[in-house]
Design a protein around this ligand. Structure first.
Ligand code: PLP
Length: 611
């Protein structure tokens, strides 16, 4: 089921559109991604590229606030809606700087789950913007939270267990002046659905049970800290495909909030619903990744909080969200050049037919030349049968390697011709063959570095070529990366087929765009084979709609890659220099020349430079 729009209407959210033969950015002067790619490559950058679009980040944040505020208006909900960005989703400076810049008007904060993330939050939020702290904590991390609070940051420590509360008490005695707000993560008895659901539910490693919540309440009360108890938190798990677990969790968290409030925790004023808001990654209308919209999500949250407050006669809680995937995923696009189509040699031009061919080869040629729709299946069967025989003849020494090559090419051509003649007939046998003659596209990127969730979780990301979009693609495509690991590929899958164009790479370039990669992929990416983070570029539009590139960070060069994993640059340097010095047959000028060449390569990034 080849299509020309690559499911853009399903996953694209109007961020891109297809104009004639290119995919363009639906913003400003609407440049094509091909144009941006060409300009960056004209500056000399090679290998895969990551383009960041702050305007898409801004749109997502606005969307989140607009939908929740609209839902609040509709239900006359008086308490505010607040949001923080969970740093674990993307901590890279170009991203964090963009997000703090575009979210100025929203009092949008950051969520941190480790000491290093907390330092980012302390240095990249404006005073007053909320900071929430999740994850397991030691005394040092809790002390850092107290320091942040003393600086004037609006910080809430969300505890995962009673021992963390005891550490807070200890640190608070030391700090005297200031104690941050305290939240408690609850261990839900309901759990999420989907591949990330492990972070919610009864057996989750996170959160306090009902018994522990009561114990924590008693400890706070005994230590005169009840006035710091501000937030109830839960997090169902990421990429929540269905809305039902959220509804259950909201009721559960809402009742805990109301009961603790009525017991005397009167400072308790916020429910934090964590992340989980899903992104539609699907390129095919038969498979969807989520069954709800942001509007339904926001309405459900505000409605349940409204009901809980009303039926328990407690104050409406402020609603906090820590949505990461929803905010970040669409903002960046990975672009990678195709280096090779593996079966390009199976081309009529490659035939080396002799004056006198073995009879079976001659017959293959005739099957191919005279195939019509009516006889296509019969000829196909004959062709496959002949190939078996010919390969046996080769093993036995009766035909030579030229005959064998001709046989392979002719059978490949026969299969392709049969498939194209019978493409409307829905024949199972042909679909299986189609899988087998998939075209392998070798792409200049590392799956482990750039799409780790495909490797780890089989999460699919939309893939669209940057050109030829006026032509229906016909080749069943398998994507192969340049690592030497056989897991570094996205095999053709006929449930969710990817079709790409037949391209003669000796005549033109062909680039693939991988979309919705802005959440999790960049920081989870690993340096398998020492392929590192691609060259990244921020693309900003001015008021006239013109764009400019800023903050270009070139992918690490070879020496930096090695230094990063603690090799000593000087040792490597010395060894390489010595080895050149010791080449017997070269004079000094030739050695210098060789050294110069070597240094040129050391200064480049590790991706292939051919394209
Ligand atoms: C991971 C995480 C999030 C973000 O989840 P998304 O599904 O990306 O929105 C939010 N809160 C907590 C506590 C998390 O661990």
């Amino acid at each position: 089921m080849a299509s020309k729009n690559f499911g853009l209407d399903i996953w694209g959210e109007n961020n891109f559109f297809i104009d004639n033969n290119t995919i363009n950015i639906n913003y400003g002067n609407k440049p094509s991604l091909l144009q941006l790619t060409t300009q960056i490559r004209d500056k000399g950058h090679r290998g895969p590229l990551i383009f960041r679009f702050p305007h898409i980040l801004k749109k997502q944040i606005k969307n989140l606030f607009d939908e929740f505020n609209q839902a609040r208006l509709g239900l006359d909900y008086k308490s505010p809606f607040r949001a923080v960005f969970p740093l674990k989703v993307n901590q890279l400076p170009n991203f964090v700087n963009s997000i703090t810049e575009v979210s100025k008007e929203y009092n949008y904060g950051l969520e941190a789950g480790s000491k290093a993330e907390l330092i980012i939050a302390m240095s990249h939020t404006r005073l007053g913007e909320p900071i929430t702290i999740n994850g397991f904590k030691d005394k040092a991390l809790i002390s850092l939270c107290f320091i942040a609070g003393s600086m004037g940051h609006n910080i809430t420590i969300i505890i995962e267990g009673i021992n963390e509360l005891n550490t807070i008490l200890g640190v608070s005695r030391e700090f005297k002046l200031f104690t941050p707000k305290i939240g408690m993560r609850i261990r839900l008895h309901s759990s999420g659905i989907g591949i990330w659901a492990k972070s919610g539910g009864y057996s989750s490693k996170f959160g306090l049970s009902a018994t522990e919540l009561l114990e924590a309440y008693d400890i706070l009360k005994a230590n005169n800290l009840l006035d710091k108890f501000y937030m109830i938190h839960f997090h169902i798990g990421s990429q929540m495909g269905q809305i039902s677990p959220l509804k259950k969790a909201l009721r559960e968290a809402g009742n805990i909030y109301a009961q603790l409030h009525k017991m005397g925790a009167t400072s308790l004023g916020a429910i934090n619903i964590g992340g989980g808001l899903a992104v539609e990654y699907s390129q095919h209308s038969n498979i969807r990744d989520r069954n709800y919209s942001i509007r339904e999500f926001a309405n459900d949250v505000v409605f349940s909080m409204c009901e809980i407050a009303k039926s328990n006669s407690v104050a409406q809680p402020e609603i906090f969200i820590e949505s990461g995937r929803f905010v970040a995923s669409a903002h960046s696009v990975l672009i990678a050049p195709v280096l090779e189509l593996f079966s390009q040699e199976y081309n009529q031009k490659a035939l080396r037919l002799k004056k006198q061919n073995p009879p079976l080869v001659q017959e293959l040629y005739e099957l191919f030349s005279s195939m019509t729709k009516e006889v296509a299946r019969e000829y196909l069967h004959d062709g496959l049968d002949h190939l078996e025989s010919l390969l046996t003849l080769f093993d036995l020494g009766y035909i030579d390697i030229i005959d064998r090559s001709n046989s392979e090419i002719l059978v490949d051509l026969i299969i392709k011709k049969a498939i194209s003649l019978l493409k409307d007939e829905n024949i199972e046998e042909l679909r299986i063959l189609e899988d087998k003659i998939d075209e392998k596209y070798l792409v200049n990127f590392s799956l482990f570095q750039s799409l780790p969730d495909y490797w780890g979780l089989k999460q699919n990301f939309p893939i669209v070529p940057l050109s030829h979009l006026d032509i229906v693609p016909t080749r069943s495509a398998t994507i192969c990366d340049i690592t030497c690991d056989s897991d570094g590929e996205i095999p053709y899958n006929r449930e969710i087929p990817l079709n790409l164009h037949d391209i003669d790479l000796s005549k033109e370039e062909y680039f693939l765009g991988f979309f919705l990669i802005g959440a999790y992929q960049e920081i989870l990416g690993m340096k398998h084979n020492l392929f590192t983070h691609p060259t990244e570029i921020v693309v900003e539009f001015d008021d006239n709609g013109d764009y400019k590139f800023s903050n270009i960070i070139e992918s690490q060069n070879l020496m930096d890659i090695l230094e990063d994993i603690e090799y000593e640059r000087s040792k490597i340097d010395k060894s390489l220099k010595n080895n050149i010095d010791n080449i017997k047959d070269l004079n000094d000028i030739e050695k210098d020349k060789l050294l110069g060449k070597l240094y040129l390569y050391l200064s480049q990034n590790g991706y292939l430079r051919a394209y």
